[in-house]
Design a protein around this ligand. Sequence first.
Ligand code: MN3
Length: 199
Amino acid sequence: MAFELPDLPYAYDALAPHMSAETLEFHHDKHHQAYVTNGNNLLEGSGLEGKSLEDVCRESHGKNAGLFNNAGQHYNHIHFWSWMKPGGGGTSLPAKLQAAVDSDLGGFDKMRADFVQAGVTQFGSGWAWIAVMDGMLEFMKTPNGENPLVHGATPILGCDVWEHSYYIDYRNARPKYLEAWFDGLVNWEYVEQMFDAAT
Ligand code: MN3
């Protein structure tokens, strides 16, 4: 199936001051759109046209780098928009998710610190993740458009640490961006939805 750019689930200025309208306009309208356009061009004739986006990611990985990079980024950004919401963040998680964070990730404060650390230590462009692997939560970090799907895991939270996601608002201060993102934007209900679907 052809890739389509989803609408943002909020207004461009709804995530300010943590993420500006200017960042979201460029990031959604230009960057994500380019992954969709290029992905569709590369999907044609690839033999994967009838597959789900998740399967295109898994089956193009290591075989068709151009298609994989664009399909991976399409998948990552579809969820990235929903992993944020106006008035998000905070320390109150849905109960089932909180229990898993306590048992698998050492509790909320340790989860926050380890997630930020994963994003800070991803060298160059990429993503920081919390994913479900063999029924347990774990942290991951991946370069470029790669995601946990290609490592046999299912992401439930991911933060884009490409400079296009933070340079306008935070310049080179990636740690500040990650902390503001985690504390002020994360849509924990959507994280719980993905956790439910993955377990
Ligand atoms: Mn991006």
